[in-house]
Design a protein around this ligand. Structure first.
Ligand SMILES: [Cu+2]
Length: 353
């Protein structure tokens, strides 16, 4: 595959150089006119334009037919998720219609007004009505989309503190995630990377003298009770990371030296999502591929069977193991969550003296 791509690139570079040499030839002073396009050339190019139009339409139809059913915009698992999906679908539909029409006009006019001997272009200075139409329509459409987007954004980003959200810190470092629960008091203790003390197992640099920090709980798995608003506070230890939780339609940069935040309410438990027909189909598909590559997977010491789980992924290319920077998210009932959190060690008890 790489060899084929290399050959293609070399081929196209050669074609580009050849074309450039031709342009210099044409532009040079005193050149003969043997290379000026004839009616035949123009006709050919006109038909090629139409052929290209047919090609892009055909490839669009093939893509919709083959991959149109991929559940890209279903299965959102947070309360605000459907708002993002609606915004996305409206944008996609508008772009699709505009693209289909403008591509037709672009290629058809190139075909219709191709060069012909004796044909002269019409001199047409301007038309105020036309210009008003093609300025006002895009302005209204774009302004509408942007204003709608801003309203959606602010309704998602304004976390209602009255709802008593569960406060959790997401801590990013090359190349893993840690979660820090705020504990009984629901207040995160102060933290700073300068306070990291590996000898005492204080890996997140939590301030040991802060009373709020004592009951904090650091975990390597993210458990969330369904239906309870969660407020995430993001920190990064080293470089820019991005906390990306695709099923919850959530993403926020983790920036060294500052705390960023994002809040949402998970609405579908992991167990429920595993029963979703789209997810069942997707999982079956993945498992089919895994069975086909059985030897390879077993050589890596992985389980052959894949089971669906929500994930927190890193969505900033942060280094060589970026692709594998992830943490499992488990959405469960309040009782299951309470039982799990009770099992976890508090920060104070996890320190080595
Ligand atoms: Cu990262």
């Amino acid at each position: 595959m790489t060899a084929l791509l290399t050959i293609l690139i070399v081929f196209f570079v050669a074609v580009a150089i050849w074309q450039m040499v031709k342009i210099f030839d044409l532009a040079s002073v005193g050149a003969d006119n043997a290379q000026i396009a004839t009616d035949k050339d123009n006709k050919l190019n006109g038909y090629l334009m139409m052929a290209f139009l047919v090609f892009i339409y055909a490839i669009t139809i093939v893509c919709i037919y083959k991959w149109g059913d991929l559940p890209l915009l279903s299965n959102s698992a947070s309360e605000h998720g459907s708002q993002i999906d609606t915004l996305m679908i409206i944008s996609l539909v508008i772009i699709f219609i505009v693209q289909t029409v403008t591509q037709f006009l672009l290629h058809y006019f190139a075909f219709k007004y191709k060069g012909e001997k004796g044909k002269k272009a019409l001199f047409y200075a301007d038309n105020n009505t036309l210009e008003a139409i093609w300025t006002i329509i895009p302005v209204i459409t774009l302004a509408g989309l942007i204003i709608y987007g801003l309203f959606t954004w602010s309704s998602i980003m304004n976390v209602n503190e009255d709802e008593d959200p569960l406060v959790i810190e997401l801590y990013a470092q090359q190349f893993n995630w840690k979660a820090r629960y705020a504990g009984q008091d629901n207040v995160l203790g102060k933290a700073n990377v300068r306070l990291i003390d590996i000898d005492r197992a204080n890996i997140l640099g939590v301030d040991e003298s802060d009373p709020n920090a004592q009951d904090d709980i650091i975990t390597t798995e993210l458990h969330l009770p369904v239906g309870r608003p969660v407020l995430f506070k993001m920190r990064s230890q080293d470089v820019l990371h991005s906390a990306y939780m695709p099923h919850f339609r959530a993403q926020m940069n983790c920036v060294p030296g500052m705390i960023t935040q994002f809040g949402f309410t998970p609405s579908v438990t992991t167990a429920e999502m595993r029963q979703n027909p789209d997810i069942i189909e997707k999982v079956a598909n993945i498992n089919k591929i895994r069975v086909e590559n059985k030897a390879e997977i077993e050589a890596k010491g992985q389980d052959l069977r894949y089971e669906f789980d929500y994930l927190l992924l890193c969505n900033k290319i942060c280094g060589k193991s970026h692709y594998n920077m992830q943490m499992k998210i488990i959405v469960e009932t309040q009782e299951e969550y309470d039982a799990w959190i009770k099992e976890q060690k508090t920060f104070k008890n996890s320190l080595i003296n």
